[in-house]
Design a protein around this ligand. Structure first.
Ligand SMILES: [Zn+2]
Length: 219
């Protein structure tokens, strides 16, 4: 290896800058860095990409902007810093914490639309938590918010229908909402089994599926 022909364009006296440059170059090429350093750098790249999409969605996504507006009107404004990009296990794309924070699972989103659906979904949970007295340990409460979040976000392609100027409550849409709501309630630590999750979703289905707040005004 000829080290002179590939010298970096830095003042050799500034050895710290040189070291930083060397480190950066090593990380980008994957040479000379430890696996831990490469992994850390990889996660940081994913976090930055997630933050970029997050900022764009918070400013330009109709459904995200709409939910943020209604959360603010309801007395629960969501600052950008409460929506956190973080690494998660691969089974999930996002999460909501009743303390008022949303997690977006960095690296999980193949496209911005998927992140938009997930962020809208979590913001609907946040809206429910803000407006209604939701007890997340109560399976029926949880089921209700999951039905709404899955139906009103793009998870089951509801927003796309709205964009076309009509709302079609197809059987497929309902089946999708039901399936996803049952999965989420099943994951509640207070849920003993699949049957209990199904029961909770069925019991609140009518009233919660038809409760489209705050989207009512679109009609
Ligand atoms: Zn959910």
């Amino acid at each position: 290896m000829d080290s002179t022909s590939s010298s970096p364009p830095v003042d050799p006296a500034d050895s710290r800058a040189f070291q930083r440059w060397l480190k950066k170059a090593a990380l980008l090429t994957g040479l000379g860095a430890t696996p831990e350093e490469r992994q850390r750098n990889h996660e940081e790249q994913k976090r930055l990409a997630c933050e970029k999409w997050k900022t764009e969605l918070m400013n330009y996504s109709p459904s995200v902007v709409f939910m943020l507006k209604h959360l603010k009107l309801s007395g629960c404004p969501v600052p950008s810093s409460n929506i956190v990009c973080a690494p998660c296990d691969l089974t999930r794309s996002g999460g909501f914490h009743p303390a008022g924070a949303i997690v977006l699972c960095q690296g999980h989103f193949g496209d911005k639309k998927h992140m938009e659906d997930t962020l809208t979904h979590e913001l609907i949970h946040m809206y429910d938590h803000c407006k209604f007295k939701v007890d997340w340990h109560n399976l029926r409460h949880h089921a209700c918010s999951e039905i709404r979040a899955n139906s009103l976000s793009g998870d089951c392609r509801y927003m796309r229908e709205l964009g076309r100027g009509y709302v079609s409550f197809t059987k497929q849409h309902q089946a999708c909402v039901r399936r996803r709501a049952i999965l989420s309630v099943r994951a509640n630590p207070k849920c003993p089994d699949e049957a209990a999750a199904e029961r909770a979703v069925n019991e609140v289905w009518e009233s919660c599926f038809n409760d489209t707040r705050p989207f009512d005004e679109i009609y």
